[in-house]
Design a protein around this ligand. Structure first.
Ligand SMILES: C[S@@+](CC[C@H](N)C(=O)[O-])C[C@H]1O[C@@H](n2cnc3c(N)ncnc32)[C@H](O)[C@@H]1O
Length: 251
C-alpha cells in the first residue's frame, strides 16, 4: 500500500554505506528493512507494539544488507545513546506521541549533528479520500469520536506550520515539507476493502454498537461507495501525505 512512499523516504534519507539508522514507529518493519537494503550498516526499528514487532521479526529473510534489530519502546522517552544515529526515518510513526515536543527533542538528541530526519505524515482528512470515503459512510450510521486538533492521532501532523514549529523547537533546521499525492492499492476488491475497513481500530470501536441488520446495511453502503474505485489493478483510493525532511543542528 505504501511502497512508493517507502522508496521516497529511504531516498530522501540519503543513507550512505554503513550508516546507522533508527526507524521510529517501525510497525512491521517495511521501512526498517528498506533502509537496510539501501546499504545501512545498522538499522534499529523502535515500536511500542509487541504484535507488530513480532511480525517484523517474522519478515526477516536473512538477506538484509545491514544488521537489523528491533526494540520495543516508547520513542518519546526511550534513552537513545546521544548522537548515535546518522538518520532517523518514520513512515506514519510520529503522530501518536502524548507530548510531541518531548518526543521530537528525544529523537533529535539520538542523531549526530547534521543527521537527517525524514518522515511521512497524513495531510488533512479532507485531502484523503482514503479516510473520507469510508468515514462518510460510517458517520451516517454511528457517531464517530473526534480527534483533538493537536492531540495524538493520525492527523496530528497534518498542519505544516505545526510540523515546522515542532521541528525547529527540537533543534532541526533545513526543513522541507513536500506534498505527495497518490492513489495507492488499498485492497483487491470491494469485499476485501470492507473486510480491511472492519478490522481498523476505529471500526472495531464503534461497530459493536450496531445490530446485525444495521451492520449488514453498512456493508452494502460501503460496497456501493467503494465500487467506483475498483480498477483493473485492485481498489485504489486517493491519499495526500507530507514528506518531511530536516537536519539536526546541534545546539
Ligand atoms: C500508522 S503505524 C505505522 C507503522 C509503520 N511505520 C508503517 O508505515 O507500516 C504507527 C506506528 O507507530 C507506533 N507507535 C505509536 N506511538 C509510538 C511511540 N510513542 N513509540 C514508538 N512507536 C509508536 C505504533 O505502534 C505503530 O506501529
Amino acid at each position: 500500500m505504501h511502497g512508493g512512499l517507502t522508496a521516497r523516504i529511504v531516498e530522501a534519507a540519503a543513507i550512505e554505506a554503513g550508516a546507522v539508522v533508527v526507524d521510529i514507529g517501525c510497525g512491521a518493519g517495511d521501512t526498517t528493512y528498506a533502509a537496510a537494503a539501501a546499504g545501512a550498516g545498522r538499522v534499529v526499528g523502535v515500536d511500542v507494539s509487541a504484535p507488530l514487532l513480532a511480525e517484523a521479526e517474522r519478515r526477516r529473510t536473512g538477506r538484509e544488507a545491514g544488521e537489523v534489530t528491533f526494540i520495543r519502546a516508547d520513542a518519546q522517552t526511550y534513552g537513545f545513546a546521544a548522537g548515535s544515529f546518522d538518520a532517523a526515518i518514520s513512515r506514519f510513526g510520529l503522530m501518536f506521541f502524548s507530548d510531541p515536543r518531548i518526543a521530537f527533542a528525544n529523537i533529535a538528541t539520538a542523531l549526530r549533528p547534521g543527521g537527517r530526519l525524514v518522515f511521512s505524515s497524513w495531510q488533512s482528512p479532507q485531502r484523503n479520500e482514503y479516510f473520507t470515503l469510508p468515514l462518510s459512510v460510517l458517520a451516517a450510521r454511528v457517531p464517530l469520536p473526534n480527534q483533538k486538533a493537536d492531540g495524538p492521532g493520525g492527523f496530528s501532523l497534518a498542519d505544516p506550520d505545526r510540523i515546522r514549529d515542532l521541528l525547529s523547537g527540537a533543534g532541526f533546521d533545513q526543513i522541507t515539507i513536500t506534498s505527495v499525492e497518490d492513489t495507492p492499492w488499498i485492497a483487491r476488491d470491494v469485499d476485501d476493502a470492507v473486510s480491511y475497513l472492519r478490522s481498523t481500530t476505529l471500526a472495531r470501536s464503534v461497530l459493536p454498537t450496531l445490530d446485525d441488520e444495521a451492520n449488514h446495511a453498512l456493508d452494502n453502503e460501503l460496497r456501493m461507495a467503494l465500487a467506483p474505485k475498483q480498477t483493473a489493478d485492485g481498489l485504489r483510493l486517493g491519499t495526500a501525505t507530507w514528506l518531511v525532511e530536516a537536519r539536526y543542528s546541534a545546539p
